[in-house]
Design a protein around this ligand. Structure first.
Ligand code: C5P
Length: 218
């Protein structure tokens, strides 16, 4: 029997990555950060000097790029054309351009196919985080969670992570949430998902809640 598939959606700064990695480690499962996949595709586009809004060129660039994703929660690396991309995909340029690339329909179809392939291959189970995992990528997941938090708290966490200013980060998150809303619904709980608000909840408690959902499913 294969291990469980856990889908975790939510806006940035809600704690998805930390929760997902901690959970995957706890249950000995793989981990997939789909945001890193859209970021890696965006890095490939920027490196090629292609405008993120040039649909045909973006599609071609992403399909030709060699994108690699490590699914060990202890070392979830991202490589673009053989080069380590973990730092670059979190940088300002990629963060600014990612919504446009993630809005490209062909890019989405291509990456979603790749996501489903990775999920199918993870026989030990997998924790998948993103924006459309519950509704699109893995609607048959064993546990479905929508992880959210108050916008001010989300901005504070992101700012602390990046060593950036909280107000500027809040504006950036709002801009990205709005841009992403054309494609996914980062601010809405998907149907069938258990909503967890992490505003006042420590990571360990969020993880404990999801573990309880996993253990109590029928
Ligand atoms: O989660 P993270 O902030 O790294 O995601 C980066 C971007 O990737 C999001 O702002 C969104 O544009 C895109 N994304 C997406 N669908 C997903 C995951 C991320 O469109 N499942």
């Amino acid at each position: 029997k294969s291990g469980p598939v856990v889908a975790i959606d939510g806006p940035s700064g809600a704690g998805k990555s930390t929760v997902s990695k901690t959970l995957a480690t706890a249950i000995d499962a793989a981990y997939l950060d789909t945001g890193a996949m859209y970021r890696a595709a965006t890095l490939a586009v920027l490196k090629a000097g292609v405008e993120p809004t040039q649909a045909a060129q973006v599609t071609k660039t992403v399909k030709n790029a060699k994108l690699e994703f490590g699914t060990d929660p202890a070392d979830p690396f991202t490589r673009v054309d053989g080069e380590d991309a973990d730092a670059a995909i979190r940088g300002e340029e990629v963060t600014k351009a990612v919504s446009a690339v993630a809005g490209n329909k062909t890019v989405r179809r291509f990456l979603i196919e790749e996501q489903r392939r990775i999920i199918a291959e993870a026989k030990q189970g997998i924790v998948v985080e993103g924006r459309d995992i519950v509704e699109v990528v893995a609607p048959d997941a064993d546990v479905k969670v929508y992880l959210t938090a108050d916008p001010v708290e989300r901005a504070k966490r992101r700012a602390a992570e990046n060593g950036a200013d909280a107000d500027a980060t809040k504006k950036d998150l709002e801009r990205r949430d709005t841009a992403d809303s054309k494609t996914t619904k980062p601010l809405e709980a998907p149907e069938g998902a258990v909503v967890i608000d992490s505003t006042a909840l420590p990571i360990v408690e969020v993880v404990a809640k999801i573990l309880a959902l996993l253990n109590n499913r029928d």
